[in-house]
Structure formats: C-alpha cells, structure tokens
Design a protein. Structure first.
Length: 168
C-alpha cells in the first residue's frame, strides 16, 4: 500500500522507462487517464493517449513499484533542441515527497544526453507546487492560456532544460 508512511512501500517506487503506450493494456491506460484527471483536471480518451507523439528515447517515464504506476512523465521532441512535456502527474498521495523532482531529473538527464537544451510545457495557474518545481528549474511563464484546463487558465512555461533545481 503506497499510503503506508513507514517508507517501506515508498522505497520500491522508481522512475523507469515505459513501454510504448500502444503496448499498454486497457487497465493501465485507464489508470493513467484517471491519474491525469485527478492531478490536472484534464480528461483524455485512452485512444488519444495512445496517439501521443512521445519520444521513445527520453519521453516515456512512469513512477512504478513494478505492479502499478503512481506517476507519469511523457514528453515529445519539438525540434533538435527542444522537448515539450505533454503530461506530468504524480499521485496525489505521493505529492510533496520528492517524486516529482526525481522524475524531472530522470527525464532531463536523459534528454540532455540526447542534445535537448530547452523545454516547454503547460500548467494550470493554480498548481503552485508544479509551478514552483518548474520555476526552480529555470522555466518561466511565456504565455497565458485561457480556459485550457476545463475552465481553469494555464501558463505556457519555457526555459532551459536543467537536471537539478536552482536554490532560488
């Protein structure tokens, strides 16, 4: 049980490369869809998720204990030097425990090794913990998105791809 605060359950969770989404079974897709909905308010059809143009080299990560996924970080390559994060969610029960930062560092190190230097993403304006995580990694709002998240506004954030947060 991941809600066990003893730490034993949490130490088995790791960010690992995911197989291509078209190889996921329906249950796993539905669980990812639910995770995205619970953490962002975005509701996707599973067929749409399977069509996301994820980069198989750096953009397909899951936070998993080997049986179940508790987080996802999915990204695509926009151009030779820029990645776009399409989905980044960590189970609500696990937020604030460092898993988001670990996932970001895993993704960023892999992408940097492949020549990616910049990153962009969209985030709800009221998602302060996520905005702080991105800000500490050098991303800044570059655009305002009205009604993007089921009636909530968002930011388009862009910046350098940093593996570690700054102290700011």
């Amino acid at each position: 049980n991941v809600n066990d605060d003893s730490g034993d359950a949490l130490e088995h969770l790791k960010w690992v490369k995911s197989p291509a989404l078209n190889h996921w079974n329906n249950r796993r897709l539905l669980e990812a869809r639910q995770l995205i909905y619970e953490t962002t308010g975005e509701l996707y059809e599973t067929k749409r998720l399977q069509m996301l143009p994820l980069d198989e080299r750096f953009g397909m990560w899951v936070l998993s204990d080997g049986r179940k996924d508790y987080g996802i970080l999915w990204a695509m390559k926009l151009n030779q030097q820029t990645a776009r994060v399409l989905a980044f969610s960590v189970s609500i029960d696990l937020q604030g425990k460092g898993f988001g930062g670990q996932g970001w560092s895993t993704f960023a190190q892999t992408a940097k090794n492949l020549g990616i230097k910049r990153v962009q993403l969209e985030v709800r304006q009221d998602n302060d913990p996520a905005i702080q995580l991105y800000h500490r990694r050098g991303l800044r709002p570059r655009g305002y998105i009205t009604g993007f998240y089921r009636g909530h506004d968002g930011w388009l954030m862009m910046g350098p791809l940093r593996v570690q947060p700054s102290s700011q």
